[in-house]
Design a protein around this ligand. Structure first.
Ligand SMILES: [Zn+2]
Ligand SMILES: [Zn+2]
Length: 425
């Protein structure tokens, strides 16, 4: 028996309404903010991720699905999408589109991670990027507002927005030296990851979740206290913009993003329902990534969220689109069978969900079937109905029945579709 590969899963029809809900809500909300959808390839040249995400990061070093294609070129399944979107920005000269280009994406990503609750090797991300010539902190605030609106619309309440600035190439190196000095005595007693990071990427030590390391890290200096004047002004302005928008936040001095290319703004939104590892969405600024990828100077900020984790944070009752059929056609006899197919086609053209069975059944079994599939209405077509040119329409909720001509039946069913039900399909 061949089964799904470890860390991957089928999304079955019963689960899909919740997936569509988060995807369609993203499209609806992001559109209002002027973000437009982009679809980049599932695989890219390995070099793209090695250069942007960083060769020494866990993602590139251990977690990418990398393979040689038949021409001997090293390709990788995308582990994230910011690099791909910035690559597209450069490739399509999007700076000619306007001073700030706003894009969003929805789709599968791939990392060879140890599978655990809410973490998969094929996982799905929704994200957005604003790339352009300005790093105006109002762009950061607007993006954060958009993510907040999105989560609010989905009913993900009790959120906390954590905010930090990770500085820039001017001020971060000095801070990193300070951090290393402050941790120099403690580092031999810290976890293996911290010891490794101390050499390759000391900032990531702030990210350590190992309990014994926490008191040692708490004593380290905070990045926000050592920003250059430009970064400090940017951070101050962002805070004022958020306050003006009525968006509450907490400063999280230890919030650093996992990827090397982040600058200045870093943020994370957590949800109460997710427990310890409770980040729903995270993002930040990445000024300079375009240059790193061989493009023109450009500023950028973006966010991403994992759909699998978002679904865990979604309220149970989150509107699940009703896929119950509008009509179940119960037919008796060969002539009625042909008639049923024709009627079904006419109703489906009206956008109605119409079911029937291919095998003939007795009347009692037909009505039981209409019930089982949760049909709103059932119609009975037999020789008598054909002769009379009138069908018996049964309201499956009330049990009320009425005899209708075909035209009247089509009219009634088309009118019975609520606009909300149509929109969710
Ligand atoms: Zn700076
Ligand atoms: Zn540690």
């Amino acid at each position: 028996m061949i089964q799904t590969v470890r860390g991957t899963f089928d999304i079955l029809p019963d689960e899909l309404p919740r997936w569509r809900l988060v995807e369609e809500t993203a499209r609806a909300v992001f559109r209002c903010y002027g973000y437009r959808e982009i679809r980049t390839p599932i695989f890219e040249r390995t070099e793209l991720f090695a250069r942007s995400v960083g060769e020494e990061t866990d993602i590139v070093a251990k977690e990418m699905y990398t393979f040689m294609d038949r021409s001997g070129e090293s390709l990788s399944l995308r582990p994230e999408s910011t690099a791909s979107v910035v690559r597209a920005y450069i490739q399509h000269k999007m700076w000619t589109w306007g001073s700030v280009v706003k894009l969003f994406y929805i789709g599968p990503h791939f990392r060879y991670e140890r599978p655990q609750k809410g973490r998969f090797r094929q996982f799905h991300q929704i994200g957005a990027e604003a790339i352009g010539q300005t790093d105006d902190p109002a762009i950061d605030a607007e993006l954060i507002e958009m993510v907040e609106e999105y989560l609010e619309r989905l009913g993900v309440r009790e959120r906390v927005l954590f905010l930090n600035s990770v500085g820039c190439a001017q001020c971060r190196p000095a801070y990193v030296r300070r951090l290393k000095d402050a941790l120099a005595d403690a580092i031999p007693r810290m976890c293996e990851n911290c010891r490794r990071r101390y050499e390759v990427n000391p900032l990531r030590i702030l990210d350590c979740k190992v309990e014994d390391d926490q008191p040692l890290i708490e004593r380290a200096p905070a990045l926000v206290d050592h920003l250059c004047s430009a970064c400090a002004a940017h951070f101050e302005a962002l805070r004022r913009h958020l306050e003006a928008r009525g968006i509450a936040y907490r400063i999280a001095p230890r919030l650093v993003r996992g990827l090397d290319y982040y600058t200045r703004t870093a943020f994370e939104i957590t949800g109460a329902r997710l427990g310890a590892q409770n980040a729903i969405a995270g993002g930040g600024r990445y000024d300079g990534l375009s240059e790193l990828l061989g493009g023109p100077p450009a500023k950028g900020i973006g966010f991403a969220l994992g759909v699998e984790r978002l679904l865990l944070a979604l309220p149970e009752e989150a509107a699940v689109a009703d896929e119950a059929p509008d009509l179940y056609i119960a037919y008796l006899g060969a002539a009625a069978r042909q008639h049923a197919f024709r009627l079904a086609r006419r109703l489906r053209r009206e956008g109605l969900i119409v079911l029937y069975d291919f095998e003939e059944r007795r009347l009692r079994r037909l009505l039981a079937q209409a019930d089982r599939v949760r049909a709103r209405y059932a119609v009975l077509i037999g020789d008598e109905e054909l002769a009379a040119g009138r069908y018996t329409l049964r309201d499956m909720r009330t049990g009320a029945q009425e005899a209708l001509s075909e035209d009247a039946l089509v009219q009634k069913l088309a009118a019975s579709r609520s606009p909300a039900a149509s929109a969710s399909r």
